[in-house]
Design a protein around this ligand. Structure first.
Ligand SMILES: [Fe+2]
Ligand SMILES: [Fe+2]
Length: 405
């Protein structure tokens, strides 16, 4: 924990620019803090208003995570003298694209937000707040990682470093916009606290590439699917944030395309049997996490007129097709057996959650969970071992990142 904290320390001062809850204008709000699993929150890390209520959100396996990596290895990977696969021309072109800053003036709020928030009541209001919190945390997590990569790669590869910094600019905007959304509900996420107190998950660089590529692309498909659905069914447009998703998701798409270019420059992460196994593993964990998470929050998706499972399967299938352009192997998610397995995992997960909510003694709860966790693991393993789809391109030079509009 301490080592991970050291890695992120240099950037923790950046958070106030989002409109941190430390600012006086937030004094009437509640400050939301996500608990760090192992460490009790240090009471002196931030000084929110004394009046603020602190809602501590429980962290679980499915909560959005913060990541850190081996920055020294990253420096080696992006050293143009060591790695001759780095196509600097392509990175220059991508940098120009990021500098264009298509969404510079996109994230401007209006009075519709507060009015819409005031109309949301009961369970839907609560689930909306949770959606904003989780999305804000996920965006903020990207901001922290990209900001640090931008800083650490400055000397070794200034072009790649600048792209990371510009991506952190995008994620800061996204997180800030979502946090402003929370202010419509008289809440604010304590991002300064999150930076310091949250547990960071360490991934080696190649795993960061797989995981981040997938999370950007799945983010793109989630946002664009919600946007298109609400455009076709405006009666479900109950909060204006969704109107911003069309341009917003293009940021995520560009981020994903940048990771494609990064992986092309590291063919050792794409061209052997280990890469195939890891690709499938990351696809599975990202898809299952989303499916289980969303199936716990069907009220939200139904609230905006979506069928949760249909929405998720659409997002999974499209993300998988996009991913197949770069990963050497992907899952056969269009095989109906894959969805059946996901649905069985949802059932098992619901039973596990029900045990957690029961009045049993902790020991009894743990004992009851054992066979269910074993069943969940066996479903996961069976899904992982389903015949995969060979994908990607051996001749990576022919692959060009494309924007999907
Ligand atoms: Fe984002
Ligand atoms: Fe992103």
């Amino acid at each position: 924990m301490a080592a991970e904290m050291t890695l992120v320390k240099p950037i923790s001062n950046v958070t106030p620019k989002f409109g941190s809850p430390r600012m006086g204008s937030y004094s009437k709000f509640s400050t939301i803090r996500m608990s760090a699993t192992a460490t009790p929150p240090p009471s002196t890390s931030t000084k929110p208003s004394k009046k603020a209520n602190k809602n501590v959100i429980k962290e679980s396996l499915l909560t959005p995570r913060f990541y850190t990596t081996d920055f020294d290895e990253m420096e080696t990977l992006f050293n143009t003298e060591i790695n001759k696969n780095l196509n600097q021309e392509e990175f220059e072109a991508l940098l120009q694209e990021f500098k264009t800053d298509y969404n510079q003036t996109h994230f401007v709020r209006n009075k519709e937000f507060k009015e819409a928030a005031d109309k949301l009541e009961g369970p839907l209001r609560q689930i909306f707040v949770e959606f904003l919190e989780r999305s804000c945390t996920a965006e903020f997590s990207g901001f922290l990682l990209y900001k640090e990569l931008g800083r650490r790669l400055k000397k070794t590869n200034p072009v790649v470093a600048e792209i990371f910094s510009l991506m952190s600019r995008d994620e800061a905007r996204h997180a800030g916009f979502l946090n402003k959304g929370l202010s419509d509900f008289n809440l604010a996420l304590d991002l300064g606290f999150l930076t310091k107190a949250r547990k960071y998950t360490f991934f080696k660089p190649k795993f960061i590439f797989y995981a981040t590529y997938l999370s950007e692309k799945i983010g793109y498909w989630r946002y664009i699917t919600i946007y298109r659905h609400l455009k076709a069914n405006p009666e479900y447009q109950c909060y204006p944030i969704f109107k911003y998703f069309e341009n917003w998701c293009q940021d995520e798409n560009r981020h994903g395309d940048f990771f494609s270019a990064l992986m092309k420059a590291q063919p050792q992460f794409l061209n052997d049997w280990k890469a195939k196994l890891w690709s499938r593993f990351f696809c599975l964990s990202v898809y299952v996490t989303m499916y289980l998470n969303d199936c716990q929050r069907t009220d939200f998706y139904e609230g905006i007129g979506l069928n949760t499972k249909e929405f998720d399967m659409h997002v999974i299938i499209e993300t998988n097709r996009t991913t197949a352009r770069i990963f050497p192997a992907v899952l056969d998610v269009e095989n109906p057996e894959f969805k059946r397995k996901l649905d069985r995992m949802v059932e098992i997960n619901q039973k596990i959650l029900a045990i957690g909510e029961s009045d049993d003694l902790q020991l009894v709860k743990n004992l009851k969970r054992i066979p269910l966790v074993a069943a969940l693991v066996s479903e996961l393993l069976a899904a992982y071992l389903m015949p995969p789809i060979e994908s990607g391109s051996v001749d990576l030079a022919e692959f060009e990142p494309q924007l999907v509009y």
